[in-house]
Design a protein around this ligand. Structure first.
Ligand code: GLN
Length: 327
């Protein structure tokens, strides 16, 4: 069945989700990165970006927060764009670990490859692959330029967050060296770690995340700038990775409830992609035990229900608005 929806239906769903979830008080801010502990816990925003480029927002959608693990999505895409999806599958993999995002056990258990670019180990490997190999400045430019193109607006590192992460990332340091031990790092391990830490420290708004999600939903053409950012065939690849591991050890529960492929970060952001339909994002700092925003999950689950976004459902929602062509 096809359900035609319009902008107003989407906007109403955002407001319904906001009203239903704004009093949710579960979870607590990440505290293993000191900067994140001090972000106001009551911030809450939801945004959707549609294929015609319109941005619908409610709440704190202009607040800049740490992108954290959501950054694994753009860098995985960039690695697939620079090499190929096959090469990333071969060098990293696409299997969920079923374990926490920073699991060392997962690496020990699966020492033939790091499993997926959407957990820390695979993301550090992805950073090591980014071209130009051996050139930290050049690699960083590739990463930040790619995210800027996906978001359609400038993004930059939050310096205090970067310092806070760099001073405390001992577990990730171990992961980088362990990967090196298994020949699963393709550049200097500490350079790869630093790039990973820096990309996690990039500040984004919920509106920017929704635009990134919409660019993915739109097959790589940013609906706001109308510029092509990546090859259309990579959308199903990255969406499948998000669906299988976007919420780490809680991914199955999330997919069971919502059928919405999405990716969370410990900064409180979540990005959700409905291929061919829209990108959605929500932000609220308090997290559950797996490191996923409690309020943002509730809000996106509510929107998925209201708009029939479940990819496994029998109803396909489509937008009535005409879609502009590539610039
Ligand atoms: N920078 C964080 C870390 O490596 C990101 C984790 C996350 O968002 N899940 O621990």
């Amino acid at each position: 069945m096809i359900r035609k929806i319009d902008k107003k239906t989407v906007s109403d769903a955002l407001h319904t989700a906001y009203d239903r979830c704004k009093t949710e008080s579960g979870g607590k801010n990440a505290d293993y990165i000191p900067y994140l502990k001090n972000v106001p816990s009551t911030l809450f925003g939801i945004a959707a970006c549609l294929p015609d480029g319109s941005l619908l927002t409610v709440g704190d959608t202009d607040f800049r927060f740490g992108i954290e693990s959501v950054s694994k999505v753009p860098t995985a895409l960039l690695a697939m764009e620079q090499y190929s999806d096959r090469e990333v599958l071969h060098k990293i993999g696409a299997d969920a670990t079923g374990l926490p995002f920073n699991s060392i056990m997962a690496i020990l258990l699966e020492n033939d490859h790091p499993s997926t670019p959407l957990v820390n180990a695979g993301a550090i490997t992805a950073c090591s692959m980014i071209k130009p190999v051996g050139d930290s400045t050049g690699k960083w430019k590739s990463i930040i330029d790619f995210l800027t193109a996906l978001a359609g607006s400038t993004v930059e590192v939050i310096d205090d967050l970067y310092r806070s992460e760099s001073d405390t990332n001992f577990n990730n340091r171990s992961i980088a060296w362990l990967l090196k031990n298994y020949n699963r790092i393709y550049d200097d391990p500490m350079m790869a770690l630093d790039l990973y830490t820096r990309q996690c420290s990039i500040g984004v708004t919920a509106s920017q995340l929704a635009t990134v999600a919409a660019t993915i939903a739109n097959g790589g053409m940013n609906p706001r700038t109308r510029k092509r950012v990546f090859r259309a065939e990579l959308t199903p690849r990255i969406v499948s990775l998000m669906a299988t591991v976007g919420f780490y050890e809680h991914t199955g529960d999330w997919l069971f409830e919502t059928g919405l492929p999405a990716k969370s970060g410990v900064g409180g952001g979540i990005l959700g992609v409905v291929p061919g339909v829209m990108g959605v994002a929500a932000f609220a700092p308090p997290l559950d035990a797996a490191g996923n925003s409690v309020k943002a999950q509730k809000a996106l689950a509510c929107i998925a229900r209201e708009l029939d976004l479940n990819l496994f459902g029998t109803t396909r929602c489509t937008l009535a608005e005409p879609v502009p062509t590539e610039a």
